[in-house]
Design a protein around this ligand. Structure first.
Ligand code: MG
Ligand code: MG
Length: 236
């Protein structure tokens, strides 16, 4: 899991460098695919439930599972990129939202608070705690700022499969669900809307967008519960 996590982080670090005004998300997808070939690993999403690409690319009001396309990113856009791979039979899964060029302070804040909500959720992922301690920590941070916490998609266990039990909602009371134990590996992934929480699916059957057209951010890490606290695996 450490190996796959580190490789995911490497690829996302490269994509971050390439995410500039003028680049298309299809170009980013091709870079991710090339990197998987170089690392001799398989992309996790391509073919998963029929998903046709290596990355999910979800700009602006797209929440998750957007298809990469030939539309160049523009100065002032935000873009959520989600990427996973399989190395030696183990999955890694991580996502971030990047500002393309210059964005307003309000947009910057949405990205910072969503990243902070992820950090809070991870901090709550301690041995002998409960699963929804993570959920509650994420929700608390996001709602303090008046943001909408997406209900329709959740985090998940991860290991020899991309999506394993338990599901990890980004909302709810603390102190519930399974007890967290060393060795558990989880993908924690808040999806936070600048406006209301509701989302809808586009006709492609995959892309989720905010119902109210507000911007949406998504940050995700694969983590391991250890005796010494949570360990972020998808970080360099
Ligand atoms: Mg993901
Ligand atoms: Mg995930």
């Amino acid at each position: 899991m450490r190996t796959s996590g580190r490789m995911v982080a490497e690829v996302l670090a490269l994509l971050k460098e390439k995410t500039l005004p003028g680049v298309t998300t299809l170009e980013l997808d091709q870079i991710a695919e090339q990197e998987c070939r170089r690392l001799k690993v398989k992309p996790a999403f391509k073919g998963y439930g029929g998903f046709p690409f290596t990355i999910c690319a979800s700009p602006n009001d797209r929440v998750v599972h957007g298809f990469p396309n030939q539309v160049p990113l523009q100065d002032g856009d935000i873009i959520s990129i989600d990427f996973g791979l399989i190395a030696n039979g183990f999955y890694g899964d991580s996502a971030y939202t990047l500002a393309v060029g210059r964005v307003s302070p309000a947009v910057k804040k949405l990205l910072e608070i969503t990243a902070a909500a992820l950090a809070d959720g991870i901090s709550a992922a301690v041995s002998q705690g409960r699963l929804t301690d993570i959920s509650h920590a994420v929700q608390t941070r996001a709602e303090q700022h008046g943001y909408g916490v997406v209900r329709d998609f959740v985090g998940h266990g991860i290991g020899r499969a991309l999506h394993e039990d338990p599901q990890i909602p980004n909302f709810g009371a603390a102190g519930q669900g399974p007890k967290l134990k060393p060795g558990m590996t989880l993908a924690v992934e808040p999806m936070i809307n600048a406006g209301k929480a509701q989302v809808r699916l586009l006709d492609d059957g995959w892309t989720a967008v905010t119902q109210d057209g507000s911007l949406s951010a998504h940050f995700e890490h694969t983590i391991a519960i250890t005796e010494n606290g949570p360990e972020i695996l998808t970080r360099l």
